[in-house]
Design a protein around this ligand. Structure first.
Ligand SMILES: C[S@@+](CC[C@H](N)C(=O)[O-])C[C@H]1O[C@@H](n2cnc3c(N)ncnc32)[C@H](O)[C@@H]1O
Length: 218
């Protein structure tokens, strides 16, 4: 994510990074390799989001996590490093070209035993998964956010978390003309409206980086 996409200034982002825990060396290396090897490296979660996911995992101690949108596995590995040894992350990635870098870094981080990588379309894969989730991290195609929510909500346990990234979409959700002309902005805005009114969850739209929607299943 570029700082331009964040809802706080570059200076505040830098200060906040400097006054947070160190990033794990494998995640630093993964960030470097993602920038060298991937076409769209700005999709990576990055240090602050990784740390937030780790803190939530340490507090919640989820046993079963579902992640939609692995990319190069930054968030997957960040969460795995914070989980109990017998916890599992099922992570779904549509782009099969990402598989090599994902497995390379999951192995380097010695987290393979916690991770079940599924290469496929989350919209087709999720209905086939017969599991209850303690934490779901939604970070796939913005246009599909509402569908992901609908597919997972019944399988999230009471007190379970659904965390969704990029819900401010570089602030475009505030601009009517963007909502009218841009499919992704419209979809993110529709998702925010839908889940914040859904009586099955408590919701907090956190203005952190590009916006994180935090939902807790009632
Ligand atoms: C923003 S990136 C994910 C970033 C990653 N979570 C991280 O922390 O670095 C979005 C990823 O979702 C994948 N994706 C988009 N739609 C998908 C779908 N329907 N099923 C599975 N993966 C999908 C894309 O190929 C892309 O790699």
């Amino acid at each position: 994510m570029r700082y331009e996409d964040s809802c706080v200034s570059e200076e505040i982002n830098k200060y906040s990074e400097e006054h947070s825990s160190e990033e794990h060396p494998i995640l630093q290396e993964l960030t470097r390799q993602t920038h060298l090897r991937m076409i769209n490296p700005r999709m990576i979660s990055g240090k602050q989001q990784g740390l937030l996911l780790q803190i939530l995992c340490k507090l919640k101690r989820p046993q079963n996590i579902l992640e939609i949108g692995t990319f190069t596995a930054y968030s997957t590995i960040a969460m795995a490093l914070a989980l109990d040894d017998d916890a599992k992350i099922t992570t779904i990635e549509r782009n099969e070209e990402n598989e090599d870098i994902i497995l390379e870094f999951v192995e380097k981080a010695e987290q393979l035993h916690k991770i079940d990588l599924i290469i496929g379309d989350a919209l087709e894969v999720i209905p086939e998964l017969n599991k209850t989730w303690d934490l779901v991290f939604i970070d796939g195609d913005k246009r599909e956010y509402e569908k992901y929510f609908d597919l997972v909500i019944d399988n999230v346990c009471t007190g379970g978390l659904i965390i969704t990234d990029n819900v401010l979409w570089s602030g475009k959700v505030l601009i009517d003309s963007e909502i009218e002309k841009d499919e992704q902005t419209a979809a993110v805005d529709a998702f925010n409206k839908k889940v914040s009114k859904d009586s099955r969850v408590d919701s907090l739209l956190l203005p952190f980086r590009d916006g994180l929607m935090i939902l807790v299943k009632r």
